[in-house]
Ligand binder design. Structure first.
Ligand code: GBH
Length: 476
């Protein structure tokens, strides 16, 4: 088993989940600030107002990363710290921009390679109010392009850029299921606004075009002089047929992958949406104009892969529901024989199943021509972790096992299946604001004591990754 010698590994975070300081130094509100203020949206009624206070603890976080041996760190920019209202005609907040310039310098001084996500779900609230934000096919991509150009220019030392994190989540959770900001859905019992039968497909299209615009700016104006690379981050769960002997379940697995991964990756690598989506959605799925296609097709220098879990998938009969977003399939944790895919965690959607990781790495590689892959997130919560005392939380053997199994599965995919993985990021460096689940779910390899000044304490898993990667890299 071996990974390439220049393989990068480290930890990942996102601005709204760790920074806090939401009113400091002129930061403007994002859709998540507003969403958290809407009663009933966040499990424990919390928000990212304080979070881990990372905005004020950059030195501490860099030292923590260095002490764990990380060679890379993935974090995201808060768009509204840099342009508080977000738009291309709006004022730039130099203090916000300088904050990230310094942070990148500090990481590089510590020998840590920055991977920078331009936008991890925290879209400027003002753009949402002004023209519907992600729903606008023209304005949103242009405003994102403007923001991207600004930060490419300000951060020439960054060599690895990620445009959007998990556009699937923004589209489906934000505009169909309503669990995420801005909380739109066509289900009037959940939200008075939205049309979940059309909006997720529109939002995804606009995110793809915005991604394409940012990539074009990077390639035309910055890459020639600075070098570096850019891509998008896609989530995707592995699939196993509920009944492997039933061809319809095997097909349903493929469709589930197409509706979650290929929805974005097909336009980027192959030039159009998958046929299975067009078949089910008809003209509710937007059509690429030639100009849009030119922006999107070929727009990844690498594939950014977030991966956590696997499901059993069963076909459905009859016609697909108008609100269906998954490809007319049932998503299950038990198969026909009653076998469970993996043990429960604190997250209802997450059951560890490392063999699925190897499978999915292979599926993505075969479909898209063996692209260079960075695993931009991988990790787990632990059932009941938040109820334990700190000393017990630090002994996170379940998470240690998860990383050993998943990193092992990844190494097998590289060695045996010809998969080209160049980097890996554990989610997350520290416990943080877990979106609609608030602070009750902890994904960190470091414990954060929210009651006592956000102090960070490495859990056992935090220290396991370095020896794990050392052993895989020396053989490379
Ligand atoms: C990542 O997404 C995020 O990038 C990160 O910010 C977050 O903290 C981390 O995971 C841990 O959650 O509604 O039943 O269809 C995770 C991937 C994919 C998890 C979609 C939730 C929705 C399941 N997400 N999934 S469901």
């Amino acid at each position: 088993m071996a990974l390439p010698r220049d393989f990068l590994w480290g930890f990942a975070t996102a601005a709204y989940q760790i920074e806090g300081a939401v009113d400091q130094h002129g930061r403007g509100p994002s859709i998540w600030d507003s969403f958290c203020k809407t009663p009933g949206k966040i499990a424990d009624g919390s928000s990212g107002d304080v979070a881990c206070d990372s905005y004020n603890r950059t030195a501490e976080d860099v030292a923590l990363l260095a002490s764990l041996g990380a060679t890379a760190y993935r974090f995201s920019l808060s768009w509204t710290r840099i342009i508080p209202k977000g738009g291309r005609g709006d004022a730039v907040n130099q203090v916000g921009l300088d904050h990230y310039v310094r942070f990148v310098d500090d990481l590089l001084a510590a020998g840590i390679t920055p991977f920078v996500t331009l936008s991890h779900w925290d879209i400027p609230d003002e753009l949402h109010r002004r023209y519907g934000g992600l729903l606008d096919r023209t304005e949103f991509p242009l405003d994102f392009e403007h923001f991207a150009r600004l930060v490419f220019r300000a951060l020439p030392r960054v060599r690895h850029w990620l445009t959007f994190n998990e556009p699937w989540c923004s589209s489906v959770l934000g505009f169909s299921l309503g669990q995420f900001a801005p909380g739109r859905t066509s289900d009037r019992t959940k939200s008075p606004v939205g049309d979940g039968a059309t909006e997720p497909w529109i939002v995804a299209h606009n995110l793809l075009v915005a991604h394409g615009r940012a990539v074009k700016v990077f390639r035309d104006e910055f890459q020639p002089a600075n070098g570096g690379e850019i891509g998008i981050v896609l989530n995707g769960d592995a699939v196993f047929p509920w009944d492997p002997a039933d061809a319809a379940d095997v097909e349903a697995c493929e469709r589930k992958l197409e509706f979650s991964i290929s929805w974005f990756a097909d336009p980027i690598y192959l030039g159009d949406y998958p046929a299975s989506m067009r078949d089910q959605l008809g003209d509710r799925l937007p059509t690429f104009t030639p100009a849009e296609r030119a922006l999107v097709h070929g727009s990844n220098d690498f594939y950014g892969m977030n991966h956590y879990t696997a499901n059993y998938v069963k076909h459905r009969t009859g016609a697909a529901d108008r609100g269906d977003v998954a490809g007319h399939v049932e998503i299950l944790f038990d198969n026909k024989n009653g076998d469970s895919i993996g043990p429960e965690t604190q997250s209802t959607w997450l059951r560890p199943c490392a063999p699925g990781f190897r499978d999915l790495l292979g599926w993505i590689s075969r479909r898209y021509g063996f692209p260079k892959i960075y695993v931009t997130e991988n990790g787990t919560s632990i059932k009941g972790e938040n109820e334990l005392r700190r000393e017990q939380i630090l002994d996170d053997d379940f998470r240690v096992g998860y990383y050993e199994d998943y990193v092992g599965a990844m190494a097998l995919a590289v060695e045996r299946d010809g998969v080209d993985v160049r980097g890996y990021f554990a989610w997350s460096l520290m416990d943080n604001f877990e979106w609609h689940e608030g602070y009750e779910t902890r994904f960190g390899v470091c414990y954060v004591d929210y009651e006592n000044g956000q102090r960070r304490y490495p859990k056992k898993s935090a220290r396991r990754l370095k020896p794990l990667f050392d052993s895989l890299l020396t053989k490379g």
